[in-house]
Write a protein that binds this ligand. Structure first.
Ligand SMILES: Cc1cc2nc3c(=O)[nH]c(=O)nc-3n(C[C@H](O)[C@H](O)[C@H](O)COP(=O)(O)OP(=O)(O)OC[C@H]3O[C@@H](n4cnc5c(N)ncnc54)[C@H](O)[C@@H]3O)c2cc1C
Length: 556
């Protein structure tokens, strides 16, 4: 009953809106879209925030929420030195031709101010993720001791009132901060009384805290997201984007924007056609929710946008338990981090051979999954398997399966290595030889084959009760043995329309399309394909949301 009333009120509000003009229309309620809304509003624009689905937050809401910004205020407050020069040197040391100076510099230069702005608006509350190193510590400008990666303080969903139920996957309680869990270098232990307090107060961490605070700040300013809005085309008048047209809850509408439209619709990984057309290789299990369907990309292409970074993504190997589904029944996957880093596990390809440093950062590691073999004319390392032994099973979780939990069917097992090899269809002799060699290296704590355990990054997700390379290296000697398939996945795509440093979407000639702006995974990332460190996607998304909001409010 109450929901019907709410829906009716929203429909009326929407119809009224269609009769009016808006200064800035923002498509998408993720971190990029809501930051853009706040920035445009702060710059004096009347803002309309539209969401395609029924929930707020998209990938941002299910994410860890970590934000990577060089030389940020929290670092300065903690007395940690950083500089734009170091940050730029770090990126250029990782460049494979995809970095564009203008957008990269805009990200580095505006990142600290974007966070300071959100902080002033009460839209963010961050603390340093102590000790979380940048991902490429051998490059100049990298920070081995952390500081650039920032974590959200808890946020109470009670502050959102009825809106709390509109956060994407918000029914999944996350009453901890990332830094308290092994994902952020913590123990995972919170005293029971404190946990009870948090649950009673509905306090959330991770991406839920980020999206919750952003939404609260929007609502406080009268920016109420409107749902179920499908934009079919941009209205272009005299070469300028002057609004949008599409359907709202199935009914046609048109909405004018006096100053601009911001595309912040997330990536395109859930659109099979776009994925097949653009990405550099096969992807079968993205970790993002099925909200990332490339609608913003299609709108921008139709408006004549120049595309960039299209073969790339925020890659990550994933686990895709057959029992794990999104609300709409789509396969759900989660990034594979700890399981491939702790001792007593390794990864093998279809030949039963190791093929990488299993503990490397997910973004770089995923490159190995797209290694193409000219001899067999196939992807050498797909399918891949994480193999582990009884010692692992007794000590560490695998996805949500804890030691002692019953074994689900998606985890294959065999009392011996050869029986396991048969179940996962890899040559038993090769698997046995691979594991014998790995065991030798693990015993000595030195992996000359793939250098696992040499970088401090490799230790971050390792077993902190051990020392040095042994935090990640341990032999597989105790049956039964286990295996799970490792999928080629991602956190989201990072290609799309190219922008300039003011987040204006460019046409084929490199000229801004008047009135059209973009931010987040919907655009060609300002950091190209470089995933600098934890938070490497949300840092640029929030910074370009901030830039896009301000630019659009000024009319481009
Ligand atoms: C499990 C997981 C953990 C992650 N952890 C981190 C992390 O800790 N740090 C980090 O930096 N990155 C992380 N990422 C990646 C990060 O979450 C994304 O890169 C980021 O959230 C993208 O933000 P966005 O605002 O561009 O898009 P989204 O957050 O996906 O928001 C886009 C929104 O637009 C809506 N939309 C789509 N089409 C339309 C349309 N036509 N009109 C209106 N609305 C539309 C969608 O429904 C969605 O709500 C993680 C990803 C995953 C999957």
């Amino acid at each position: 009953m109450r929901q019907n009333e709410e829906l009716r009120a929203a429909a009326v509000r929407f119809l009224c809106l269609c009769m009016e003009h808006s200064d800035v229309i923002i498509l998408g309620t993720g971190a990029a879209g809501m930051t853009a809304a706040l920035a445009a509003h702060d710059a004096g624009a009347q803002v309309t925030l539209l969401e395609r689905g029924e929930r707020i937050g998209g990938t941002s809401a299910v994410s860890g929420g970590v934000i990577w910004i060089a030389d940020n205020l929290a670092m300065r407050a903690a007395g940690m030195a950083d500089s734009r020069e170091d940050a730029l040197a770090y990126f250029y040391a990782l460049d494979h031709g995809d970095l564009k100076a203008e957008t990269l510099t805009a990200f580095i230069d505006n990142g600290p101010e974007a966070l300071a702005f959100l902080d002033r608006q009460g839209a963010i509350k961050l603390s340093c993720l102590a000790g979380y190193p940048d991902y490429y510590l051998d490059r100049p400008g990298a920070r081995p001791d952390g500081g650039r990666a920032l974590d959200h303080d808890l946020f109470s969903f009670h502050e959102l009132g009825n809106w709390a139920s509109r956060i994407y996957a918000g029914d999944e309680l996350k009453p901890m901060m990332l830094r308290e869990t092994p994902l952020g270098g913590g123990t995972g232990v919170v005293p029971p009384e404190e946990m009870q307090r948090r649950i009673a107060n509905d306090e959330r961490g991770f991406g839920q805290a980020m999206v919750g605070r952003l939404l609260k700040a929007c609502l406080d300013r009268g920016i109420e997201p409107l749902f179920d809005v499908a934009t079919e085309r941009l209205v272009i008048e005299d070469g300028r984007v002057a609004g949008i047209a599409g359907t709202h809850s199935g009914a046609p509408f048109a909405l004018r924007a006096r100053r601009g439209v911001i595309i912040a619709t997330g990536g395109f990984e859930w659109d099979a056609d776009l994925r097949q057309t653009f990405l550099r290789g096969p992807v079968d299990a993205p970790a993002s929710p099925p909200t990332a369907r490339g609608e913003g990309l299609s709108l921008a292409m139709r408006a004549g946008a120049k595309l960039g970074n299209m073969t790339s993504a925020w890659w990550a190997p994933t686990l895709a338990p057959t029992t794990s589904k999104w609300a709409g029944g789509e396969q759900r996957a989660s990034p594979l981090l700890i399981e491939r880093t702790v001792p007593h596990s390794l990864m093998v390809n279809r030949k039963g051979e190791r093929f990488c440093n299993e503990a490397a950062n997910y973004s770089a590691l995923a490159g190995a999954f797209h290694q193409f073999d000219p001899q067999s004319y196939d992807y050498l390392n797909l399918p891949a398997w994480l193999v582990f032994d009884g010692q692992y099973r007794a000590r560490y979780p695998i996805d949500t399966v804890m030691p002692g939990d019953p074994l689900p069917a998606w985890i294959k097992t065999g009392p011996t290595l050869s029986e396991l090899a048969e179940k996962i269809d890899v040559p038993a002799g090769t698997l046995a030889a691979t594991i014998a060699r790995f065991n030798q290296l693990a015993e000595q704590g030195f992996d000359p084959d793939f250098a696992r355990g040499t970088s401090p990054y490799d230790h971050f997700y390792g077993d902190r009760s051990r020392q040095g390379a042994f935090m990640t290296l341990g032999p597989l000697t105790e049956g039964p043995y286990f295996a799970v398939q490792v999928h080629m996945g991602m956190l989201g795509t990072n290609g799309g329309p190219q922008t300039d440093g003011a987040a204006r979407i460019l046409d084929h000639a490199g000229t801004p399309i008047p009135g059209l702006f973009g931010a987040g995974n919907a655009i060609a990332s300002p950091t190209g394909g470089v995933y600098a460190g934890a938070g490497g996607t949300l840092g640029p998304a929030i910074t370009f949301g901030f830039i896009a909001g301000r630019s659009a409010a000024q009319g481009g």
